[in-house]
Design a protein around this ligand. Structure first.
Ligand code: HEC
Length: 216
């Protein structure tokens, strides 16, 4: 029961889904006995701050996603996927950073299979991604989380799901990514790992860190 209450506080998803989430994160012994790296415990945010931070996090993700995807669409229309790859390379982080300034938060898109080294999930962010992937939820667009990081700043997290439109740049290297585009990706990101995804896969998470602890 304690695990369920904790999970309810962390996850903002439909009630029936929450039951399946009950095995995490309090049941860490299982993960450890399977030899996986230890997952840091997730700390919930207080009830009073929950609603306002969660809706603010949701809104920031929506706005940032809309800004990025409209710029991406424009770049594809202007010069196809190669031009858009160049756009993502130079403009994705400045776009997220400028919205972070507007909202006075820290915005990141992080992944366990990142393309840009700056988007590599750290241990805490990896624990958020692991939590989401362990839910076994068919529709991850319903899921979001609100927790505190190691320094007690509130963090809002929301899954990033792969759709059709992502495949020319993140899909199968045999089927979806044109050889010339793959070459360009390899040139821009020699150590990039962000290919091989299918529609519906978890690509990573939005990680919004609020800059104030005062409302906790
Ligand atoms: C035109 C090619 C292109 C398309 C289409 C595209 N991406 Fe990307 N994506 C990139 C590039 C290039 C980067 C690296 C950006 C950077 O250097 O900051 C990236 C980075 C990301 C990241 C940050 C983590 C990382 O790996 O660095 C996420 C998350 C992501 N993309 C998700 C998506 C999703 C979801 C879609 C579909 C809705 C999508 N992308 C469509 C090219 C693309």
């Amino acid at each position: 029961m304690k695990a369920l209450i904790f999970t309810l506080k962390v996850l903002g998803i439909a009630g029936f889904v929450v039951w399946f989430a009950g095995c995490y994160p309090t049941d860490q012994s299982k993960a450890n006995s399977e030899g996986k790296a230890e997952i840091p415990a997730l700390k919930p945010v207080s009830d009073t701050a929950w609603d306002s931070l969660r809706s603010e996090g949701k809104l920031i993700v929506k706005e940032t996603f809309m800004a990025l995807s409209s710029e991406l669409k424009k770049a594809i229309q202007e010069g196809g996927v190669p031009h858009a790859l160049g756009f993502c390379n130079t403009a994705a982080l400045p776009v997220t950073d400028s919205l972070a300034k507007v909202y006075d938060v820290d915005i990141k898109r992080v992944s366990l299979k990142n393309r840009n080294p700056l988007n590599e999930a750290d241990a805490f962010e990896a624990s958020l991604i692991e939590t989401v992937s362990m839910l076994g939820v068919a529709d991850l667009s319903m899921v979001n989380m609100l927790v505190r990081d190691a320094d007690d700043f509130p963090v809002y997290a929301q899954p990033i799901i792969v759709g059709e439109s992502c495949l020319p740049c993140h899909g199968s290297i045999e089927k979806d990514i044109a050889p010339a585009n793959l070459k360009l990706i390899r040139e821009l990101y020699p150590d990039g790992k962000a290919v091989g995804y299918k529609v519906g896969d978890l690509r990573g998470i939005w990680r919004i860190r609020f800059n104030t602890k005062s409302s906790l």
